[in-house]
Ligand binder design. Structure first.
Ligand code: ZN
Length: 461
């Protein structure tokens, strides 16, 4: 019996683990590695285990760094089931179709540029057909359900409290009369996040494989998110401005809707139109609406009162370009939620182009901003920015809310280890320095031996 740390080990993208028992093999997650183009291409095109040797794949959640390379696996000939929760199955389908579209558009764009120079054409990493081939393999399960995709490998799904449908998995392995229980907590969420329930506690683990993304830092308290959001919106509305929120389509956009519903219902913010300007966000929100049984009790009660997450009279879902243009042109105070979350592409750029020079407006940053993105420059207070190649002077207020994070921070990771009390811990899914900081802290607790495996290494059980 062994676990091999194949991807997303000393980095936070491209998550992939191989679990073996009695000659049977299950892959947990097949995430897309995101980084510099050449490096990413090399990593994503290298399948680290031959697809035809796998008995099953289990998927933790619908984020691209966990599901985004499943189409490559299908392209490589994998035809067995991909197990996930019912919500993840639907969300991941939307995410994979979008990822394939981006791969195809990227390749087309590069080829258009290089054709003129006689350089051979690049192929997309994978195509829409590959994505559809992977989507066909999905099988949906509920939290609390245990499956046995191969003799000697049982897998339990528990709530990870990270995004809708996200799962922790306990693998119960058996080989030659020996048994081992391995739990995977990546990605691990936080208590009291909006919409979803809190992370469940895995029990009786010989090995806990744990993420360390934020293993050296603390987030602001979840409870502050709504207060800070209210303050920023009220300030903007008092000026007669618009609130522009660059947001990831999955989870963060729906969280903002949840907070707005709460604030409007309590009369803490004056009701104004809220525009969700993105076909993909609309599609994902519809999936949320269909999975109200994944919501926590508060969210169920709130949206029952409002008739559903899609139904309040103040929310408007813009799918077409025409609808989007009308929102941009309007000067009525409102809230606009639009992707991309880091202001790199997508409809938010049109809203910024028209709104960034207006001092009445607010740009509200609610997510992680990677280096070298427009979002990061805004957070850092840059005054002069380029949008679609044109120069703009930022006069809108920029507000960064740090309470929004779907990942456990240092103290939350430590407290999860205290709850679970595993006999051994393997830290993955973190930059080496950050992972080492968390390892030192956990070792200080003398709770269990802590491993920091390099990429590709295995641990025998
Ligand atoms: Zn995630």
């Amino acid at each position: 019996m062994r676990i091999q740390f194949l991807g997303g080990v000393e980095t936070v993208t491209g998550s992939q683990h191989l679990i073996e028992a009695g000659g049977r093999r299950v892959l947990r997650d097949c995430g897309l590695f995101q980084g510099r183009r050449d490096e990413a291409r090399k990593i994503n095109t290298t399948l680290r285990c031959p697809p035809n040797t796998l008995d099953a794949v289990v998927l933790s959640h619908a984020h691209i760094d966990h599901c985004g390379n499943l189409p490559m696996l299908a392209r490589g000939g994998y035809t067995r089931p991909i197990h996930a929760t019912t919500a993840t199955v639907e969300l991941a389908a939307v995410m994979l179709r979008d990822a394939a579209r981006i791969q195809e558009q990227d390749a087309a764009y590069l080829n258009q540029k290089t054709n003129r120079r006689g350089i051979p054409a690049v192929e997309p990493l994978y195509t829409s057909a590959d994505a559809e081939a992977a989507i066909k393999l999905f099988q949906g399960h509920r939290y609390g359900e245990t499956i046995e995709p191969a003799p000697g490998i049982k897998i339990l799904f528990q709530d990870a409290g990270h995004i809708l449908g996200s799962a922790l998995n306990v693998f119960e392995l058996a080989e030659n009369g020996k048994k081992a229980r391995v739990g995977f907590a990546l990605d691990l969420g936080r208590k009291d996040l909006p919409i979803i329930r809190d992370p469940e506690t895995m029990r009786d683990l010989d090995l806990l494989v744990l993420e360390s993304t934020y293993g050296d830092r603390l987030h602001d308290d979840v409870a502050r998110a709504e207060d800070e959001l209210a303050a920023a919106i009220n300030r903007t509305l008092a000026r007669g401005g618009k609130v522009l929120i660059p947001s990831f389509a999955l989870e963060r956009a729906q969280e903002i809707l949840y907070h707005l519903a709460n604030l409007f219902a309590a009369g803490r913010v004056k009701k104004v139109p809220v525009y969700v300007d993105s076909p993909m966000t609309v599609e994902l929100t519809r999936i949320f609406a269909r999975h109200r049984d994944y919501f926590d009790a508060e969210t169920q009660a709130l949206f029952d009162r409002l008739g559903g997450i899609m139904r309040p009279d103040w929310v408007h879902f813009a799918a077409t370009v025409e609808e989007s243009k009308n929102i941009t042109a309007s000067t009525v105070p409102c809230v606009v939620i639009a992707p991309n979350g880091m202001c790199e592409h997508g409809r938010i750029l049109h809203h910024l182009k028209h709104g960034i020079e207006n001092p009445k407006n607010t740009i509200l940053i609610v997510g992680f901003q990677a280096e070298n993105t427009l979002g990061r420059r805004l957070v850092e207070g840059t005054q002069h920015v380029k949008i679609f190649g044109d120069d703009f002077t930022r006069r809108a207020e920029v507000v960064t809310l740090n309470a929004f994070s779907a990942h456990a921070d240092r103290d939350e990771l430590v407290s999860y280890v205290r709850q679970v009390q595993p006999r051994k811990i393997a830290l993955v899914h973190g930059e080496p320095k950050i992972r080492a900081a968390l390892a030192t802290r956990l070792r200080g607790m003398q709770a269990a031996p802590v491993l920091e495996p390099p990429t590709g290494e295995s641990v025998e059980l």
